[in-house]
Design a binder for this molecule. Structure first.
Ligand code: WTA
Length: 645
């Protein structure tokens, strides 16, 4: 397979960028010619950001799995699609070729149909990082069911909320999942999520850990049995094939829940055609993928990074993608480097938090590891500090691998701003230049475009995008108005990212972090309001306020100020109770790092919490708290300063 749209030089980048902006329809229509369509589109792009309405390749018919699997079979039947590295390095590696992937996805598609799943139905997937997770995702896509993958670190309550919001009727899960030294009882969490649930018709359980599970008659079935039955059925027809269901380019492909600054997580919806194009185009260009290369994205498929750069991007390009079940520090901090050495990985793509965590072990875990196969290093999920960038560049890349810092979001489907490995220049801690088709703009609080530069020629503002790219979200599930108010209403006519950014004189962007009330904890997005709601569920809590503070490894930590009115146990026990409450309501990933008990919160006379002050105190900034005279009770600030943890 060749990628005629792969950009090979800086000049070509500038030329393509120009063409993509001047005539997006011609540009993306051209790229789209390289995919398998059942029917060609009537119109490349139709849009407005007011409603918003965004349609790419309208009228085009396709199935993304024909692009991710079937079209590779003539040439790549025996090429690995996935190389699965188990949690325990002693266990056998599984190599899933494109031929095997085709067979398994067809079987799983038949299995879903046998269990009553139809086009448009929502299927929740709550599994560990096993190849069957990829089969499940692709099988949904093959029959046109909408998958909603939920990360294994979310609690039963979070799952229940998501099931309800998506009105899902089917679940695919595992008995348990291995993560480092831990076994996570996934099915048992699902059981808790389903107490009182009346909409779920079927739960399919894949056996991974063989931990005891309850299997409810009429509702729960084993994956292995169902897959075997499906295979028998397909074999009766001779060749094992489940014909892919024809989808409209704009039909939803999946829902992925993500946190915002208000309320419950929202279901970001991506479409079949545009998302396919965008993940493929960015995969091929950012990482400069060459046929035969081994790509290793260390993310979990429960997050957008795993969707786009373990499953859809690589397979749509016929690439070989490493899927890792475990964690970077188990059995020791050399695990990533073992994997790189053993599978001759050419590109590793990970999060700054993982790099910082590995940095803290020094360079010993790297000693004796042959990393000479590496050609490209990538990062995603949060701003990367210069120290981590250089450590990665020097110790992992040995100074010879371009580092790509890729900025994007669940809502953007795939990378929007990033250098392209070896093609466009890198700049430590800068995401650098926009992808073709992406038109960033920095605005001030009133939405006016920033024009002023500081003495170094740098502009600073809130990051917005002027026009749609193929992978932009189409709506938020079940509530289009929420999509509009969240992303398109703050600055009318623009998509607002929620991030702040700098732009230098060469047009490079540096993402400085969220400007809304969204935290980024180890690259995981969590809303402060969500954590506050969870803390407030604890019976002894009167009120709380949550802010982020700088954390050496996680990037940001969660700092909670809590007004408490119970009398159970000492302060530490109360802290543990509150943490467990958050764990039950959201999941362990949202547990506060610090809980400070206070007698009051700094509020304005109208009752609004002054988060700016709380954020400064959590950051250790005790002076220059700004104007506190408008506070209802200025004294409370001194008390809070005094009690800082
Ligand atoms: C942040 C993850 C700086 C940003 C793909 C964004 C980044 C949020 C970078 C989206 C980067 C992601 N540099 N910040 N390279 N990549 N972010 O939806 O704040 O989980 O808004 O998508 O992560 O997080 P999400």
């Amino acid at each position: 397979m060749s990628y005629p749209y792969q950009i090979k030089s800086l000049e070509q980048y500038h030329a393509d960028y120009k063409r993509s902006v001047e005539d997006p329809e011609a540009f993306w229509g051209n790229v789209a010619e390289n995919f398998t369509w059942r029917r060609k589109w009537d119109k490349v792009l139709d849009w407005n950001f007011t409603e918003p309405k965004i349609e790419w390749f309208k009228g085009g018919k396709l199935n993304i799995t024909e692009n991710c699997i079937d079209r590779h079979l003539p040439e790549k039947a025996n090429t690995p699609a996935f190389i699965w590295e188990p949690n325990n390095p002693e266990e056998r590696v599984r190599v899933v070729t494109y031929a095997r992937l085709h067979k398994r996805v067809c079987q799983a598609a038949q299995m879903l149909v046998n269990n009553g799943v139809k086009k448009g139905d929502r299927v929740c997937i709550y599994m560990g990082m096993v190849p069957e997770l990829a089969y499940a995702v692709l099988a949904c896509a093959r029959i046109g069911a909408i998958h909603s993958v939920i990360f294994g670190g979310f609690s039963a309550q979070s799952i229940a909320d998501r099931l309800y919001d998506a009105q899902a009727e089917f679940i695919i899960t595992c008995d348990g999942a291995y993560r480092g030294g831990k076994d996570i009882p996934l099915k048992s969490v699902i059981d808790d999520a389903l107490v009182g649930n009346r909409t779920i018709k079927r739960v399919i359980v894949y056996t991974r850990t063989r931990t005891p599970v309850s299997m409810i008659k009429g509702r729960d079935v084993w994956w292995e049995d169902e897959m075997e039955f499906a295979l028998d059925q397909l074999e009766k027809n001779g060749e094992v094939n489940f014909p892919a269901v024809e989808m409209d380019a704009e039909d939803p492909l999946f829902i992925l829940y993500t946190s915002g600054s208000t309320g419950k997580p929202k279901g970001v919806v991506h479409s079949c055609g545009g998302y396919m194009l965008w993940t493929n185009y960015t995969f091929v260009n950012v990482f400069q993928y060459k046929p035969g290369n081994i790509h290793f994205c260390t993310a979990d498929i429960g997050w957008i990074t795993g969707h786009s750069y373990i499953v859809y991007g690589p397979t749509s390009a016929g690439a070989s993608s490493v899927m890792f079940e475990g964690i970077p520090t188990w059995p020791d901090a050399g695990r990533f480097w073992d994997i790189v050495e053993r599978h001759k990985v050419n590109c590793i793509y990970t999060a700054p938090t993982a790099i910082r965590s590995l940095m803290s072990y020094g360079t010993d875990p790297l000693k004796g590891k042959d990393l000479s196969s590496l050609q490209v290093l990538g990062t995603v999920g949060e701003p990367i500090n210069e120290e981590a960038w250089h450590w990665y560049d020097e110790n992992v890349g040995k100074g010879k691998c371009p580092v790509v810092d890729t900025w994007w979001q669940t809502e953007t489907g795939a990378c929007l701003i990033s250098n392209m490995a070896g093609v466009t220049p890198a700049k430590p801690s800068w995401a650098t230049l926009p992808m073709p088709g992406v038109q960033p703009v920095l605005v001030d609080e009133r939405g006016e475009e920033i024009t002023e530069r500081d003495e170094h020629g740098v502009m600073k503002g809130n990051l917005c995008i002027k026009a749609p790219w193929p992978g932009i979200l189409r709506t938020t599930w079940g509530d289009h108005e929420r999509c509009r108010t969240n992303y398109f209403a703050t600055y009318p006519g623009l998509y607002f990212t929620g991030d702040g950014a700098l732009k230098d004189a060469d047009g490079n962007y540096r993402i400085t972090g969220r400007v809304d009330d969204v935290l980024n904890i180890s690259g995981h997005r969590i809303g402060t309001a969500e954590v506050e709601n969870a803390i407030n569920m604890h019976s002894g809590v009167v009120e709380s306020a949550v802010v982020g503070y700088p954390h050496d490894i996680k990037g940001q930590g969660i700092y909670a100020y809590v007004i408490y009115n119970g009398h159970h146990g000492d302060e530490n026990l109360r802290r543990l109770d509150i943490s467990l409450t958050v764990s039950k309501i959201i999941g362990p990933i949202a547990k506060p790092d610090k809980i400070q008990f206070v007698s009051g919160l700094p509020k304005t006379r109208s009752g609004k919490i002054m988060r700016r002050i709380l954020r400064k105190i959590a950051e250790g900034e005790m002076e220059n708290l700004g104007d506190t005279t408008t506070l209802l009770d200025p004294e409370v600030v001194n008390e809070i300063k005094h009690g800082k943890l």
